[in-house]
Each structure stands twice: as C-alpha cells, then as structure tokens.
Write a protein that binds this ligand. Structure first.
Ligand code: OOG
Ligand code: MG
Length: 259
C-alpha cells in the first residue's frame, strides 16, 4: 500500500465517521490491505482530525475480553486513538444521530502520571498510572451492520466514537484492579454484569500490551493520556432516551444519556 492508497482509505473512514454513514468493509474493495496498512489508515485518519483541530488525548484497547471477541468474531486485541472531541462529561448526553449504530461498553480507564514506553511488563505499566477510573465507551463501527474483519476495524480506529470517564479517581494500589465487579444498567435495568478480570485477565496486561504494540512503531504513551483497557462484557446498543449507568466496585459510577 502506498501513501496515496492509505490516504484515500483514511478519507473514506473519516467521511463515514463525520457523516454517520455506514460503509462497506475496506477489504471488500482493497483485499491487499494488511494489518500494518490498516494501522497506517487509522493514523492517517487521525491526521485528518488533527487538521480540523481535534487533539489526541489518549488511546483505547479493544477486543481484550472473551465476551467481546465472541460478540464480534475477531480474536485479536487492537488499539485505537481517542481525541478531545470524543470525550463526553460524566452525566452529559451523546447525540445518537451523530453515529451509525452506537453501542455502549463498561470499561476501566487509566490516566497516566508518567510516559509509558514498551516493552514493559504489566507491573511496570502500572507504575506509570496516576489514577484508575470507571468509564463507559460508546463504540460505533462505520461498517454496515456492525460487521468487520480485524483489518477493517483497525482501519476504522477500533470503532472509537465517544467515551465518558467517572469523577472518582483511585490509586492503583487502593483498588483490587484484577477483580473489580462491574454492573451496567440501562434505564435502571441491569444489562451486563462483569469483572475487570475479564480484561486480558487483568487490566494492567491490557495497558502493557498497548505500550508494547506501540513500541513496535517506536511510539509511546504520554503523561496525562487516558487509556481505556477494553470492555469487560459484550457491548449493548443504545437508543434515544436511554440513561446508561455503570457501577464499579471502589471506583463508583459513571453515566450518560442518549439524545
Ligand atoms: C471494536 C472495538 C472494541 C472493546 O472495548 O472491546 C472495543 C468493536 O467491537 O467495534 O472497544
Ligand atoms: Mg471499548
């Protein structure tokens, strides 16, 4: 894949995200697109956002739990970029019409106190963490029917759309990070129940894996960045009028509504 081809595909996924229009999988028309090329497309689409004034403020891991891998039929952890325009305040609303077919996921977020460069172990990765938070991620595949291959979802920035971080920060050693109970409710009804243990057996492993994947490209995580470790359960579709709330042991709640 040359620079022009990557650029052309970045324009396709960027336009789909900007206009909330579902598209066919890129690999249907470009079968030669490989995983490295897909991450190139993802970065090129982030450059388009940067040119419009958006700022990358963090990263997310995806497909880090068995529940998610089963739901999507893709079995490899992936990463995506998070920008300031994707951030929604705790308790605020997302606008459904800005998305194709949004779904919500219960997540754990890290905010880094120090930069984090791979290769690292899970333990070393935790040393860079300033705080742990409850978080909800709103994902929105730009592909028709929310169906994709590994390569397609990577090119589409791992379905990143919006994210909400709770107001309570805890230090890594103040929580039992490897087994925090998580309950996600929609309109007061429990929809998903899980544990942080579902995230690569421990969310710290997800953070380390992210640093290690970035190191393959000589990239690293910066102090102050947010990292979402990946959903602990399957994702749930949201509708206009919904009120979504996540409760995590020790970390408290985080919520949003859908307008
Ligand atoms: C890909 C993104 C998955 C997670 O937390 O597992 C993800 C998708 O399922 O659309 O964000
Ligand atoms: Mg997620």
């Amino acid at each position: 894949m040359n620079h022009e081809q990557i650029q052309a595909l970045a324009l396709v996924v960027d336009e789909a995200a900007q206009t909330a229009t579902s598209i066919s999988m890129l690999t249907a028309s470009v079968p030669e697109l490989d995983l490295e090329g897909a991450y190139d497309v993802q970065r090129a689409s982030m450059a388009l956002r940067s040119a419009r004034g958006e700022r990358v403020i963090g990263m997310k891991m995806g497909l880090t739990s068995v529940a998610k891998m089963k739901q999507m039929g893709v079995h490899n952890p992936i990463y995506g970029h998070l920008t300031d325009a994707m951030r929604v305040n705790d308790g605020a609303a997302i606008i459904k019409s800005e998305h194709c077919h949004p779904r919500v996921e219960p997540e754990i977020a890290f905010v880094l106190a120090r930069e984090l460069r791979g290769p690292v172990t899970a333990q070393q990765a935790l040393e860079a963490v300033g705080g742990v938070y409850a978080a909800l991620e709103i994902i929105d595949s730009r592909y028709r029917d929310f169906k994709f291959t590994l390569i397609d979802v990577v090119a589409d920035n791992a379905s990143s759309a919006r994210f909400v971080i709770g107001n309570t920060s805890r230090a890594v050693d103040a929580v039992e990070l490897g087994n925090l109970g998580m309950v996600m409710e929609i309109n007061g009804q429990v929809r998903e129940v899980g544990s942080s243990a579902a995230i690569l057996e421990h969310p710290a492993r997800s953070l380390a894996e992210l640093a290690n994947m970035l190191a393959e490209r000589d990239e690293y995580l910066q102090a102050g960045q947010v990292v979402l470790a990946g959903a602990a359960t399957a994702a749930v579709a949201v509708e206009v009028g919904d009120h979504v709330r996540l409760l995590i042991d020790t970390l408290g709640t985080v919520e949003f509504t859908v307008a």
